[in-house]
Design a protein around this ligand. Sequence first.
Ligand SMILES: Cc1ncc(COP(=O)(O)O)c(C=O)c1O
Length: 354
Amino acid sequence: MRQATITIDKQALKKNFNRVKSLAPHSKVVSMVKANAYGHDIKACLSALSETDAFGVACLDEAIQIRKLGYTQDITLIEGVFDEAELVSAIEYNCECLVHHQTQVEWIKKHHTSYKKKNLKVWVKLNSGMNRLGFKPNEIVSIIRELKSFGFTCILTMHFANADTEHDLNQQQQKLFLDIKEQCSPILASCCNSAALFKWQDLHFDYVRPGVMLYGASPFADHTVNELELTPVMDFSAEVIALNTIQAGEKVGYGSSFIAPHAMKIAVIGVGYGDGYPRAYQQQNYVYINGTLAPLIGRVSMDMMAIDVTDLPTSIGDKVELWGKHRLVDDVAIANGTIGYELLCRLTTRPHRI
Ligand SMILES: Cc1ncc(COP(=O)(O)O)c(C=O)c1O
């Protein structure tokens, strides 16, 4: 059987969740499980997150999947609903909605009785400078006051554009958020994703919303998961399916982009971009095999790719870690000019799942 396999380590997920709790002991945790738990398989992950207070998802379909699996924790729809009919379903499935534009506010006011009957809170989004979703600072206070007058319990929320780096906007976003929070006091508040949760203890407030850190990938370009005391949850592995000895001047793979500088032993691995492994590495990329890192050579094809094992005892059937605890997804991402988040989310359905 072809061995391209994704294995999910639930103990690692629990450990990372506990890391969240140790960093933010006084806040409720909304575990972000959108996009199939960042590609990890939502079903596999939910049971390991049994101590979470809530789940965060991007759409009602994702929330319904959680309910159908039998989980009763709060669910936040972090973009709210996309039409009025969906609001009726969201209420039916006990989902808390975010509002980021006026029409959503109108829908929620119209359905206030059934919404409040379920004790659902309303997440009200401030556009504090990311200019993706949310009300402008000069409009949000009156919206919150109006929602409060309808008897809703509101949570003021926003999202940082640059929590992973040093950026002037960080201070501006924080200042705006604190200012609006003050004006709307008393109000529940939430603004921390993984990076913010690590960096700004004083901004944890009522709810933190960790995503990538739960899965043991780093939210920062300049801090590894080991430094952050996180454990990779996903192991993406395949195996050696062929070994070739080639002479100086021979070529490897599509486009013959790799030309052997000397006699080499190469191993062909049964995995490719058809499984979700990235094709376009811009810096030298590696896999972990037999206790060491071995470099990729030539182009990644749909079902296979090649590595240099000239000095490494290697046999057909040897396990190759594409990313996991030894070859970090964040490092594969850097080699490919992207972020770990993207690699995790874009895996295909072809690898086996354990
Ligand atoms: C609104 C919101 N909160 C929290 C998160 C979690 O972010 P991270 O995975 O960086 O922790 C996201 C992710 O995109 C988000 O959109």
